[in-house]
Ligand binder design. Structure first.
Ligand SMILES: [Zn+2]
Length: 392
């Protein structure tokens, strides 16, 4: 009994502190809620490149449709994925038809006027050498690399198709190097988040759309330089490469690319909104670590991916229910069909997945490694990872 009284006295004498403590705790969760609400993505602007009398690049010339058509098709599919999964998010397209022509400045203006939370511009690449292929993701920034500058200058050159470009861009001339000095002075306040999203897109292009990864790059694209929010520019692939052009013109190819961008968007969304707590927090830190190193933007970090090969077959198993259920990824090589699941950067995680697959009937399941979309040996993969880790 006396013990109880003692306890009662202790509580009573500390009641003041207890009260304060409750206020602090409840207040901090209130602040957390406020932060979460503030970070919620509400408006996304999707910008299909080109349009109207600007066809974008013409590709190999084997198709009537050009870059503007592909950019719109991927953009609309991507937006549709968001609407289906997050109906509360408002999607604004800078253009919704192939007849619309928009000035470059109007595209970002639309995003700024609507206080968009993200700006995503979709394009397709072109190069004089038809063997160039692969998808690239860009964030705003100056680049010393000629290749990056060339892509940006080419995309910026659409300004010339505007009648009054001289008045509208304060003398900015896409083809004169001096014009780009101003970009190096522009403070890029959203670089961190832009890079985060770009990294996710890059990873998903390799995992979902099976694209060769060309890495996240920085280049002075006018269209993303004026956005007051995290923004990226996606070059979905080369229309000058016949194989890639076929892929980009196919419904399936467009769908893969759109779902890859969506999947990246979803990861980004969870990360900035703080959903799924610990995992995402960890991821955030890892990404932070990545981008703190200046030349990492073009580096190979995180590009070794471990998948589990569950089997090789002489016919496609893609429509088998089991294979659909586990979302097996098909890779056809000369009439044989290999199937993979997973896409881990941590080999231990892939080990666990392989064990699980073996337990579930895929007796021969084993781990394979990929680097920049090419299969590499396990030794090469581990050496490469050690190298990357030492680089950090
Ligand atoms: Zn373009």
């Amino acid at each position: 009994m006396s013990k109880l009284i003692k306890l009662y006295n202790i509580i009573l004498s500390n009641a003041r502190w207890l009260f304060l403590f409750v206020i602090i705790v409840s207040n901090s969760s209130f602040i957390d809620d406020k932060i979460a609400a503030k970070n919620k993505l509400k408006v996304i602007v999707i910008d299909p490149g080109h349009g109207g009398h600007d066809p974008g690049n013409l590709g190999t010339g084997r198709y009537k449709k050009t870059e503007k058509h592909i950019a719109l098709a991927i953009s609309l599919k991507f937006g549709e994925y968001i609407t289906q999964n997050f109906p509360e998010i408002k999607i604004i397209y800078t253009r919704e038809s192939n007849e619309d022509f928009l000035k470059l400045g109007e595209r970002t203006q639309l995003a700024n006027d609507n206080n968009a939370d993200l700006f995503i511009s979709v394009h397709c690449d072109a190069f004089t050498n038809p063997s160039a292929f692969g998808a690239g993701v860009y964030v705003m920034g100056m680049s010393k690399l000629k290749a990056n500058m060339d892509v940006a200058m080419k995309e910026n050159a659409v300004i010339y198709l505007e009648d009054d470009y001289k008045e509208n861009y304060d003398g900015f001339d896409p083809n004169t190097p001096e014009s780009y000095i101003v970009f190096s002075l522009t403070q890029n306040t959203h670089l961190d988040q832009s890079l985060q999203l770009a990294e996710h897109v890059e990873q998903q292009f390799a995992i979902i759309a099976n694209r060769k990864s060309r890495g996240v790059k920085q280049a002075p694209f006018y269209v993303i330089s004026r956005a007051n929010m995290p923004s990226i520019l996606v070059e979905a692939g080369f229309l000058t490469n016949p194989d890639e052009e076929d892929f980009l013109h196919s419904e399936k190819g467009q769908d893969y690319l759109a779902s890859a961008i969506f999947s990246a968007f979803k990861t980004y969304k969870e990360s900035v909104e703080g959903v799924g707590e610990n995992d995402n927090k960890k991821e955030k830190i890892e990404i932070k670590k990545e981008i703190s190193n200046t030349d990492l933007i073009t580096s190979t970090l995180h590009k070794v991916i471990f998948k589990v090969q569950i089997g090789t077959y002489l016919k496609s198993m893609q429509n088998e229910k089991l294979f659909m259920d586990i979302k097996a990824e098909e890779d056809e090589i000369n009439g044989t069909f290999k199937y993979y699941v997973g896409g881990e950067m941590d080999k231990n995680k892939a080990d666990i997945l392989a064990k699980k697959m073996r337990k579930n009937g895929f007796k021969g399941a084993f781990i394979v490694a990929f680097y920049k979309d090419s299969r590499i040996s396990m030794k090469e993969a581990l050496d490469l990872q050690t190298k990357i880790n030492n680089h950090e």
